[in-house]
Design a protein around this ligand. Structure first.
Ligand SMILES: C[S@@+](CC[C@H](N)C(=O)[O-])C[C@H]1O[C@@H](n2cnc3c(N)ncnc32)[C@H](O)[C@@H]1O
Length: 432
C-alpha cells in the first residue's frame, strides 16, 4: 500500500475510534494530528516521485498560507455563500474556509450546511477522498457531535467536492460568491486561450485565473496563490493586463512556496469587477512614470553567443562569459578569443550576470567592458550599451547596480532566479 492510501486509512481509523455521541471524549490531539498538513505532504511525497508531483502541479498549501488566503476573502462569509476551490487537492484551502463556518447541533447537520457552501474540484480521486475525510474530521474537531456511523456516509454529505477537471469548458463560475485557489503551476500547451498563441506553453495557474475571473459574477471575492513568473514574466504581460481589467485588488509577495517546491509565490486577492477602481500594482517600482529608467540611456539585449550551439566560425574576437570576467571591474578583454559569425558588441558597454536569486546580496552583478576590439558576448550576460558611447555612463550604471535601491527594485520586480531584459530595461537610474 502506498503512503497516501495509508494516510487515508489512518483518517478512517481515527474516525472509527471516535464513538457516536461522545463529543466530550473526542481526543483533540489525535484529531489535530490526523489533520496535520505537514504529515500529509510527507505521505504524498513518499508516494509520488518529486518529478511527477512537479509535472502534475501537486504541491500542498501549508496551513499558514491557507489561513492567510482564506482570511483575505472570508470576512463576509455566511451560509448563503458559495465558495469554490477549482483545484482543491487534499482540501487545505477549503479546510481554512471552514473556520469561518458555524458548527450546528450535530455532525450530520454541520456537514449538510457546509456541503452547501463548499465546492471543490480536483482531477485526482485520491485527493478528493482525502479532502472530504479531512473536512469531516475538522467538523468533529470543532465540536460537532457524532451522529453518523461511517466516515464514508459523512463524506457523502460534502456533495459538491468532487473529482472534476477544473478547466472543463462547461463549468460556469457565476454561482460562486468566493473563489480561492492554489492552482497547479505546471506548463501546458495553450489550446484556445486568446491571450497566447496556440500550442505555446503556458503556466496552468495563468489559465485557471483567466477562466475563473472571466466568467465569475461581479463582486465575487477572489484569492489565488500564484507563481512569481506570472507577476514578472514577459510572456504574461497580456495576462496581467487582462487580470487587472477583471479585478479590483492587490498582490502580496510571499517568498518561497516551501522547501521542496523551488518557486517563489505571491497572493493575488480582490473583488471581481469590470469597473476596476483599484488597479493591481504588479510591481510598485514601475508605477512612477516620471522616473528615469535604464532603457532611456542604454540599449539592452542578451549576449548573442550561445556556447553549445554556435559553431566556431566567422570572425576571431575576444570572447567573454561570466567565468572569465571579474565582477565589479573595468576590463579590456584580451584573454580568450574565438571565432563567431553572430553579432559582435563594440565597447564600451556593461555586462550584467543573468543568473541572480532573491537570496543573493546583490542581484545585478556588473562589469564594464572597454577596449578597441568588438567582443563576442555569451548569453549568460545581459548587455547594456550606453547611447552616449561614454565609459563614464557605464561606470555610473555599474555603481547603480550596487545600490540597495536597485536590489529592492529587482527583488520586487523579479523573484525568479535569473534577470530578464525587461527587468533591467525598467531599472530606475539617475544618470546626472
Ligand atoms: C497546488 S495543488 C493544490 C493544493 C491544495 N490547495 C492543497 O493544499 O491540497 C494543485 C492541485 O490541482 C490539481 N489539478 C491539476 N490539474 C487540475 C485540473 N485541470 N482540474 C482540477 N484539479 C487539477 C492537482 O492534482 C493538485 O492536487
Amino acid at each position: 500500500m502506498d503512503s497516501l492510501e495509508y494516510h487515508a486509512e489512518q483518517l478512517d481509523e481515527t474516525f472509527s475510534n471516535l464513538k457516536i455521541n461522545t463529543k466530550d471524549s473526542v481526543d483533540s490531539d489525535v484529531l489535530s494530528g490526523s489533520l496535520c498538513s505537514t504529515k500529509l505532504a510527507k505521505a504524498v511525497r513518499n508516494s509520488i516521485p518529486l518529478a511527477d508531483l512537479k509535472s502534475k502541479g501537486v504541491f500542498f498549501t501549508g496551513d499558514q498560507l491557507a489561513h492567510e488566503a482564506a482570511t483575505s476573502i472570508a470576512q463576509d462569509l455566511d451560509l448563503t455563500s458559495r465558495v469554490l476551490d477549482p483545484a482543491c487537492g487534499s482540501g487545505n484551502l477549503l479546510l481554512a474556509i471552514t473556520k469561518y463556518l458555524p458548527i450546528c447541533s450535530s455532525l450530520r447537520e454541520t456537514l449538510i450546511t457546509w456541503g452547501q457552501v463548499l465546492y471543490g474540484f480536483e482531477i485526482d480521486s485520491g485527493f478528493v477522498k482525502l479532502a472530504k475525510k479531512r473536512i469531516v474530521l475538522e467538523a468533529i474537531n470543532r465540536g460537532a457531535g457524532i451522529d453518523i456511523s461511517s466516515l464514508k456516509e459523512a463524506e457523502a454529505l460534502l456533495l459538491n467536492i468532487k473529482r472534476r477537471n477544473g478547466l472543463t469548458k462547461t463549468i460556469s463560475a457565476d454561482i460562486f460568491t468566493h473563489i480561492i485557489m492554489n492552482p497547479p503551476y505546471n506548463s501546458r500547451a495553450n489550446t484556445e486561450n486568446p491571450l497566447w498563441q496556440k500550442k505555446c506553453l503556458v503556466n496552468s495557474a495563468a489559465i485557471f485565473c483567466y477562466k475563473y475571473l472571466s466568467n465569475c459574477k461581479e463582486g465575487t471575492k477572489f484569492v489565488a496563490i500564484l507563481p512569481e513568473v506570472l507577476r514578472s514574466g514577459n510572456r504574461y504581460v497580456n495576462w496581467r493586463a487582462y487580470i487587472s481589467s477583471k479585478i479590483s485588488g492587490s498582490i502580496e509577495l510571499r517568498g518561497r512556496f516551501d522547501t521542496k517546491a523551488n518557486v517563489d509565490i505571491f497572493l493575488l486577492s480582490g473583488i471581481a469587477s469590470s469597473d476596476t477602481e483599484e488597479e493591481v500594482i504588479w510591481n510598485k517600482h514601475l508605477q512612477d512614470e516620471d522616473s528615469e529608467v535604464l532603457e532611456n540611456h542604454f540599449n539592452v539585449s542578451v549576449g548573442p553567443l550561445v556556447a553549445y550551439r554556435d559553431e566556431k566560425k566567422g570572425v576571431k574576437a575576444p570572447f567573454i562569459y561570466p567565468k572569465n570576467i571579474e565582477p565589479w571591474c573595468k576590463v579590456s578583454p584580451r584573454l580568450e578569443y574565438r571565432l563567431f559569425s553572430g553579432k559582435l558588441i563594440k565597447p564600451p558597454f556593461v555586462v550584467i550576470r543573468r543568473t541572480s536569486s532573491p537570496r543573493d546580496k546583490v542581484r545585478a552583478v556588473a562589469s564594464v567592458i572597454t577596449g578597441k576590439e568588438k567582443v563576442a558576448v555569451e548569453n549568460h550576460f545581459i548587455v547594456c550599451v550606453p547611447k552616449t558611447g561614454k565609459v563614464s555612463d557605464c561606470m555610473k550604471l555599474m555603481e547603480a547596480c550596487k545600490q540597495s535601491s536597485t536590489n529592492d527594485y529587482l527583488n520586487d520586480y523579479i523573484r525568479c532566479r535569473h534577470l530578464t531584459v525587461s527587468s533591467i530595461k525598467s531599472m530606475p537610474i539617475y544618470m546626472r
